[in-house]
Design a protein around this ligand. Structure first.
Ligand code: DOR
Ligand code: ZN
Length: 484
């Protein structure tokens, strides 16, 4: 190391975790990037040093599925509280969902959300836009406005964004495929669950388990299989959000085997909670898709281990205590916070199930970065990568307390759960967002959109001669020649 380079920060004494190894090393940071990794003696001089003895140093988690509610529902969460919660959870980048008010389906609403996020975010972020019948004419304008990807609601959930017909979905996939942008799917088939819910309500069911009865695993499985067929036909890249059942794994694995560019996430709630928890937690665990029978947990875990499921996200979906504790299950808002507790709970699960912290780093950072073309700038601790770092005590037993979280939502099914790991410091592009479990006030407004990092391979577009655009322009030409 040349003597005249002065790093901004050097972290000594910690154990660095990569997707393949854990090793003791120091890490030097300058101008927001990782400058050097190596022995303490080989590090340059630094303006600041941090002693991480006894702690693990992980690439900050990338949570590709959060709902920060801003604009429109700031009483539930806003970009400041949501990104503070993320920082406390060791998360350095989030992808925010478009079911805000207004929904993000045109260039104007997108620009407004960019302004909000830029002013308030403590960590980096990507913004999703809606892929639906209304946003079809706006797809290119949305990409120009800066989106990380599109979200397609195959089923209704909070915000009631209408789900496109299969016909519209095909056309939407045809348009997005050549852009290379990934389409994330809320893969629950609306017509199945609406029909069942209507019948259950007619019968007078209002108990928590009626929610699960309305949405059995086939609701998700049929949607995954159908979306995979459309992705295979068009060459669109897709991502299956919140995999909740063992049954979805087969269409996912089969699509991967056929060469479809399909990725998948699961969330802590599908690994840690089960149908047995409805009685005690009632509406608090109401979420779409629902927490299911316990026998789904091991197959989902196994799918993470073998790579069928690529990553862990949270579906962080904050609501108020009143909205989560209504008696009639159909009136309870769906979802709960998770961005702040994902890393502690999953590292606890990793220890319990005897996976490695390296596996966790693959699921929480490396794979999300790779699937959205952010790697190795994001999701890696390598020289030249952004200095997005979670410094974690993996030997700390503590109990989740909803009243002590950063999220505005003070109710979750995690309340009272024991975890054996806790992020102590979180660094975003070289700056502390959280230090010694304290939010760093100068981090507010430091977060930036990651959409401009473009390392996606060229898309493999298929059946371009048969798209809606191709056949309608052909029809126009044919008509023209008949008339001539
Ligand atoms: O339970 C859910 N809540 N599932 C979703 O997909 C959306 C989320 C929300 O925005 O509240
Ligand atoms: Zn969601």
């Amino acid at each position: 190391m040349t003597a005249d380079i002065i790093a901004d920060l050097v972290i000594h004494g910690g154990t660095i975790v990569s997707p393949d190894a854990e090793y003791k090393a120091s890490i030097a940071i300058k101008d927001g990037s990782i400058l050097a990794i190596g022995e303490q003696g080989a590090m340059p001089q630094a303006k600041e040093t941090l002693d991480a003895t006894g702690l693990h140093i992980l690439p900050g988690a990338i949570d590709v599925h959060v709902h920060f509610r801003d604009p429109g529902y700031a009483q539930k969460e806003d970009f400041a509280s949501g990104t503070a919660a993320a920082a406390f959870g060791g998360v350095t980048t989030v992808f925010d969902m478009p079911n805000t008010l207004p929904a993000i389906s045109d260039a104007k609403s997108l620009a407004e959300k960019h302004a909000i996020a830029r002013a308030k975010a403590h960590i980096d972020y990507g913004l999703y836009a809606v892929l639906g019948e209304d946003s079809l004419p706006n797809i290119h304008a949305l990409i120009e406005g800066g989106v990380i990807g599109f979200k397609c609601y195959m089923g209704n959930t909070f915000g009631r964004i209408p789900s496109p017909t299969t016909g519209a979905m095909l056309e939407l996939f045809e348009i997005v495929a050549p852009t290379g942008k990934r389409i994330s799917l809320h893969a629950e088939t609306n017509s199945i669950m609406e029909r069942r819910e209507a019948r259950l309500r007619q019968m007078g069911r209002t108990d928590p388990l009626a929610h699960l009865a309305a949405r059995p695993a086939v609701v998700a499985t049929e949607a995954v299989a159908r979306a995979a067929i459309l992705a295979e036909w068009t060459g669109a890249r897709i991502h299956i959000l919140h995999i909740s059942s063992a049954a979805e794994l087969r269409p996912l694995a089969e699509a991967k085997a056929r060469g479809v560019d399909i990725t998948g996430e699961t969330c802590p709630q599908y690994l840690v909670l089960s149908a047995d928890d409805y009685e005690e937690r009632r509406g608090v665990i109401r979420v779409n898709p629902p927490v299911r029978e316990a026998e789904n947990q091991n197959p989902i875990w196994q799918a993470l281990v073998d790579g069928t499921i690529d990553m862990i996200a949270t579906d962080h979906a904050p609501h108020s205590i009143e909205e989560k504790t209504r008696e009639d299950i159909w009136t309870v808002d769906c979802g709960f916070p998770g961005v702040e507790t994902q890393m502690p709970l999953m590292l606890t699960e990793v220890a319990r199930r005897k996976a490695s912290i390296s596996d966790y780093v693959r699921w929480s950072a490396e794979n999300p970065a790779k699937c959205w073309g952010l790697f190795p700038k994001k999701g890696a601790l390598m020289v030249g990568s952004d200095a997005d770092i979670a410094i974690v005590d993996t030997n700390r037993t503590w109990t989740v307390d909803d009243n002590l979280t950063q999220s505005t939502a003070k109710i979750s099914p995690w309340h009272g759960m024991e975890a054996t790991a806790l992020p102590i410091h979180t660094i975003v592009r070289g700056r502390f967002a959280m230090k010694d479990r304290q939010l760093q006030e100068n981090a507010r407004g430091w977060g930036r959109s990651v959409h401009a990092i473009q390392a996606m391979p060229t898309p493999d577009v298929r059946h371009v001669d048969q798209t809606m655009a191709a056949v309608t322009s052909q029809t126009a030409t044919n008509k023209g020649s008949v008339a001539a």
